[in-house]
Design a protein around this ligand. Structure first.
Ligand code: ZN
Length: 245
């Protein structure tokens, strides 16, 4: 018999293909089988997802150190978790734009007309923006912990992706509830940012682990680097806008 997925020869006693790892299936599909697959995949996924979500909130170092250390079954891997977060935020923005457009209205301090078109672009490319931000966050994190050997750049990227995804899921759920009570995304965003900041500090303190003074030093470094970067990018942006009128 040959493997139905990769066509390599199977030895009869194996339940899984030695070459590609696919399960050997010899039975006719039935509702019972289908239900079995559903239970195995969806319900166990469900369990793993909530376990990951809850652990990331309370003991983020368990999830992140497990993944970096090579554990794969206990918690949801970082890529799937991030994809779920992006799916949820896509759903949240869809609901907001369709049913609660007032929750996306920018306050008077910006001037709605000027930002209107640009913001639409942001909503439609939210995943893309997140994907550009993460390597940047990881890079600044690596610089902020330049005197620590524990994580390399890729591992910082995993840390930042898990933390961003967790934060995204929390704010999405919160927003989906808050819009029903007249909540505005931009008015709430300061609280969200403050939460993300504190949560990131908490996670990094647990991850290394850091003493308070070490956490403080790394945080000051992080804020300094990101401020310099923002000033630089703003100058480039203003310069570009000025030159192109
Ligand atoms: Zn195979």
């Amino acid at each position: 018999m040959k493997c139905k997925n990769c066509s390599s020869q199977l030895s009869t006693e194996n339940n899984y293909c030695e070459h590609c790892g696919a399960k050997v299936i010899n039975y006719r599909l039935s509702l019972k089988q289908l239900w079995g697959e559903f239970k195995l995949n969806f319900l166990s996924f469900d369990h793993t997802f909530f376990n990951t979500f809850w652990s990331l909130l309370t003991q983020p170092q368990h999830v992140i150190n497990s993944y970096i250390g090579g554990t794969r079954k206990k918690y949801l891997n970082v890529v799937s978790f991030f994809v779920i977060a992006l799916t949820l935020v896509g759903f949240q923005l869809f609901i907001q734009r369709k049913f609660y457009p007032e929750s996306l209205q920018v306050g008077t301090m910006f001037g709605t007309d000027f930002f209107g078109t640009n913001l639409d672009w942001i909503y439609e490319n939210y995943s893309l923006i997140q994907l550009v931000n993460l390597p940047l966050y990881a890079f600044i994190a690596k610089l902020s912990f330049f005197n620590y050997k524990k994580f390399n750049y890729t591992e910082h990227l995993v840390v930042m992706t898990y933390l961003t995804a967790e934060n995204t899921i929390l704010t999405s759920i919160f927003l989906l509830i808050a819009v029903n009570f007249g909540g505005n995304m931009y008015e709430l965003s300061n609280y969200f940012n403050l939460f993300f900041f504190l949560y990131t500090c908490y996670a990094y303190k647990k991850l290394y682990p850091l003493r308070w003074i070490e956490l403080f030093t790394a945080t000051v470094l992080f804020i300094t680097i990101i401020t310099i970067l923002m000033v630089f990018l703003t100058m480039v942006g203003v310069g570009y806008a000025f030159m192109t009128n």
